[in-house]
Design a protein around this ligand. Structure first.
Ligand SMILES: Cc1cc2nc3c(=O)[nH]c(=O)nc-3n(C[C@H](O)[C@H](O)[C@H](O)COP(=O)(O)OP(=O)(O)OC[C@H]3O[C@@H](n4cnc5c(N)ncnc54)[C@H](O)[C@@H]3O)c2cc1C
Length: 602
């Protein structure tokens, strides 16, 4: 049954936020407290957003347990990013970190405590004292359920501030007027199948990551990159999409994450000889080197025949020496995951792990205030009026080519709040909304009606599975130019198949087949952005390791294949033309000196 224009209902708000994860709810809290009329949409109940799965912690240089300061955090984040992060945004984030964490504490966040009442902090990969000298305790944690505690705290504060939630609603597209202002979104209420335009003075995208473009992923099934699809279809480029983080310790075969907090608490990675091999690759930080480094080292061990198990295809994470008491106090969920997903008692035996897709470093390009920005007349950072993006769907860019663990929860808080503040400072209560164009819903209605009309078309799940297996094969931990080039062709062919998506189930109420088909139209945007951007970057940087460009460790001036002369720049991918552009990395911090590129050893 096709949708007609007269079935579209319009509702008006000051601000519409798509996404009720940590970033969306931190922004909505700021706005609702300032008295703005805010609507937050979510495909799932807010506290089921992927932020709830975050285990390890949120970084801030509180210095509660070892000496620390924001400049060390700033340095570690730049080095972690393999110098692709923008240094002004990184300075802002690291300076703000203690403030936003204390704010969260005062909202009621149940952090673990030290004997003196201060927030408990554990070591985490790549976070160091004095520019790499030794690991520092910077990750503020609530056992191994930090995201859970944070998301519930933010939800409760939002309820108190009277934020309006639209639960189990799916946003489809941005509504842009003739002058290029974003004036709302189109959306479907899943329970009824009813169609809406939600008109707003500002729209904020906070739709999270798109880890479901890969087969083996630590991400929730709802992480299909909807915000990225919405932006790409509206002509907004996606930035740095070649950079995807593999988390070293996903449970082998299951994909479920075991937090880096395990290694923060002292867990050790071992090969089939029982060797603690990270001592060879990263003599100073060992198992606590950044994630790209550890994932590659694990893959190398497996490749060289020192993987464990009958097929020698995984590594063992050993926590047996931590003692059952520490494990139950600091890592209770990890113990449960061991039982449920690997049938392993982690207090008594090591658990099989493999590097697993975890996080997208790239996303929708934004300024430090969360304004979505595009290249225009020679200025790469021209803001789009009425549109913001924060959290994992955005690229501000603080994570560059490789994110440090615990910096994402921090990014949600800092930039969610900053975007909220920026909207408030430009908000004029008496100013009326810009007019909604007469064709506001047409594009989304056409998308749905095309699916409805094509009963013999392809089934969404079979295309989704093919996208996932192509990405897994062609954009892995170690990449090869010829394999990426093949991947580009495969994804282009899959894009053609997406045009033939069909729908057999025409019901309105909770039609999950329709939702999955609409999600596949987002997956393909993210997959193509990733594959095309990756095949074009002819160097190794952070999570993008291409064997063709690797150099020996002692090669000068570009050890390990990083090419700063030609590639110290951000990638921009445009959907409509399937083409690329590049923009400079902002190397100038706000108040301190630039950290110049250096060899990255740990
Ligand atoms: C298992 C796991 C553990 C992690 N652990 C840590 C950690 O310890 N520390 C750390 O810093 N980082 C961690 N990360 C990363 C971090 O948790 C995420 O990057 C972050 O939580 C993402 O938050 P977000 O607000 O951007 O999006 P999410 O929390 O993913 O929320 C996205 C929201 O958007 C909504 N949405 C999406 N599409 C639509 C649509 N079309 N219409 C309506 N709503 C939509 C969803 O319903 C959801 O509410 C972890 C990630 C994973 C997967």
């Amino acid at each position: 049954m096709s949708y007609t224009k007269d079935q579209v209902t319009n509702r008006k708000f000051d601000v519409v936020i798509v996404g009720a994860g940590g970033s969306g709810m931190r922004a909505s809290l700021q706005l609702a407290k300032a008295g703005l009329n805010v609507a937050v949409l979510s495909k799932v109940f807010p506290t089921r957003s992927h932020t709830v799965a975050a285990q390890g912690g949120v970084s801030a240089s509180l210095g509660n347990m070892s000496e620390d300061n924001w400049e060390w955090h700033f340095y570690d984040t730049i080095k972690g990013s393999d110098w692709l992060g923008d240094q002004d945004a990184i300075e802002f984030m690291c300076q703000e970190a203690p403030k936003v964490v204390y704010e969260l504490e005062h909202f009621g966040m149940p952090f673990d405590r030290n004997a003196d009442g201060t927030i408990y902090q554990r070591p985490f990969g790549g976070h160091t004292a004095n520019h790499g000298e030794k690991p520092v305790q910077r990750a503020c944690a609530a056992a191994d359920r930090t995201g859970h505690a944070m998301l519930h705290t933010l939800y409760q504060q939002n309820v108190k501030a009277r934020t309006t939630f639209f639960v189990e609603w799916m946003a489809l597209d941005l509504v842009v007027d003739r002058e290029g202002h974003v004036v709302g979104v189109t959306a479907i209420e899943m329970e009824t199948g009813d169609f809406f335009t939600l008109q707003a003075k500002n729209v904020l995208l906070a739709t999270g990551g798109a880890g479901r473009i890969f087969q083996a992923s630590t991400n929730a099934f709802i992480n299909t990159g909807d915000g990225l699809g919405m932006a790409a279809r509206a002509g907004i480029p996606l930035q740095d999409m070649e950079f995807w983080q593999f988390h070293p310790t996903g449970v082998a075969g299951a994909g479920v994450l075991l937090t880096e907090g395990c290694r923060g608490e002292g867990a050790i990675l071992r090969n089939s000889d029982g060797e603690r091999f990270m001592e060879r690759y990263a003599p100073t930080l060992k198992d606590l080197a950044p994630r790209d480094f550890v994932s590659r080292s694990m893959d190398q061990e497996i490749k060289e025949g020192r993987g464990c198990g009958p097929n020698k295809d995984y590594i063992l994470l050993d926590m047996t020496h931590l003692g059952a008491d520490t494990i139950r106090k600091r890592l209770p969920s990890v113990e449960e995951i061991g039982h449920n997903f690997a049938n392993v008692d982690i207090t008594k035996e090591p658990i099989p792990v493999v590097p697993t897709i975890h996080y997208q470093m790239g996303g929708i390009p934004t300024t430090i205030n969360g304004q979505v920005c595009v290249p225009m007349n020679g200025d790469y950072n021209t803001p789009i009026s009425g549109l913001y993006a924060v959290g994992e769907c955005s690229c501000v860019s603080v994570h560059g080519a490789n994110r440090l663990g615990t910096n994402s929860l921090l990014d949600l808080l800092v930039f969610g709040k900053a975007a909220g503040n920026h909207i408030i400072s430009n908000f004029k209560a008496n100013e009326s909304h810009r007019a909604l164009p007469a064709d506001a819903a047409d594009y989304s209605l056409e998308r749905i009606n095309r699916l409805e009309a094509n009963a013999s078309g392809e089934y969404a799940q079979s295309i989704a599975n093919d996208i996932r297996s192509a990405m897994q094969q062609h954009a892995g931990v170690f990449r090869k130019q010829s394999i990426m080039d093949e991947g580009v062709d495969k994804i282009a062919a899959l894009r053609e198949r997406v045009k033939d998506l069909g729908l057999k189930d025409h019901s309105r109420v909770f039609n999950m087949a329709r939702q999955e088909a609409l999600e596949v139209e987002n997956l393909i945007e993210v997959a193509q952005a990733t594959m095309v951007s990756a095949a074009a970057r002819k160097e190794c940087r952070g999570a993008h390791t291409v064997v063709d460009y690797e150099h020996p460790a002692d090669y000068a001036p570009a050890p390990l294949g990083r090419d700063d002369q030609n590639w110290l720049k951000h990638t921009l991918w445009f959907s409509e033309s399937n083409s690329l552009d590049y923009k400079p990395v902002r190397m100038k911090p706000l108040t301190v000196d630039t950290v110049p590129p250096k060899v990255r050893t740990f």
